[in-house]
Design a protein around this ligand. Sequence first.
Ligand SMILES: [Zn+2]
Length: 320
Amino acid sequence: MASSSVALTTAITTFLEIVKISENIDELPQYLQRWGLIPTEGVYKCPTCGNSLKLQRAQDSIDGWSWRCCHKVSLRKQARRVCGTRVAFRTGTVFARSKLSLLQILGFINLWVRCLPQTFVCEELKLSQKTAIEWASFCRKVCLEYFMCRPTKLGGPGTVVEIDESKFGRRKYHKGHRIEGQCVFGGFERGTGRVFMQWIEPGTTIISNCWKAYDVLHHEGYEHLKVNHSITFKDPETVAHTNSIQSSWRAAQPSTSGCIKGHEPGNLARYMFLERCGILQLDRTLEFFRMAGELYNPVAPREDLDEEWSDDGEDEDVIE
Ligand SMILES: [Zn+2]
């Protein structure tokens, strides 16, 4: 790693740091690799011959870089030649579907995790409201997908877990394979910042320990049985802390016109992400980069992510 004048060890990655790094084209890939947003050379293999891909400057790429295979191959009795396979810099990464510059994307994430107003974000990054809404929705999706694909056990003696449920409304969720009315349950362990999120199919019978907060589920297509049986949580604490998480994260909902309001799983996931960063004293920007890099990793691609998403202005499903 080449040395850089930009310190990354501060508690908060500032917007100015993001700008400086993004404009430093020569060293930008090293930062993206350090943040886990693009693969490192050596682990990223050529799709043609299987040897390691190397980063090369490419003037015809929006980011100034592309991946190239420099391995020498021999075909039958012909002379050895360079494989030369090129892979686009953004292939398989969190940037892959975007037409924005890396400065705009990284800058957006930095301002989004710091909860800055959307109008300010649009002005600073020269984004349309529509693009900003799409990217905010995408960032919530990253939080949600990350927590959902990493089942975590919460609780145990002496721990306190906050829980909440959220439900997809009539809006489609990106190219939504989530069915209307599907429910997400979330749990958050105080002290450790551990997060649990899980889909619950409609029609599921939910057995809880007199969770008053779940009375509402009866009206939402779930059969809710109250049983006086301790499962994971103590009743008085559960009720109190359920109310606490619900009131706090609902209060944190964006109220700007155009933002998705209400009890939306992505908002719950975002709330849990922010809380977790607070408890563990994580730099929100770097933690988000790490999560996004794990989800969107060309070395280990995941087919279940909504790959039809893009910010090219043609996808109208996300917004009302
Ligand atoms: Zn090759």
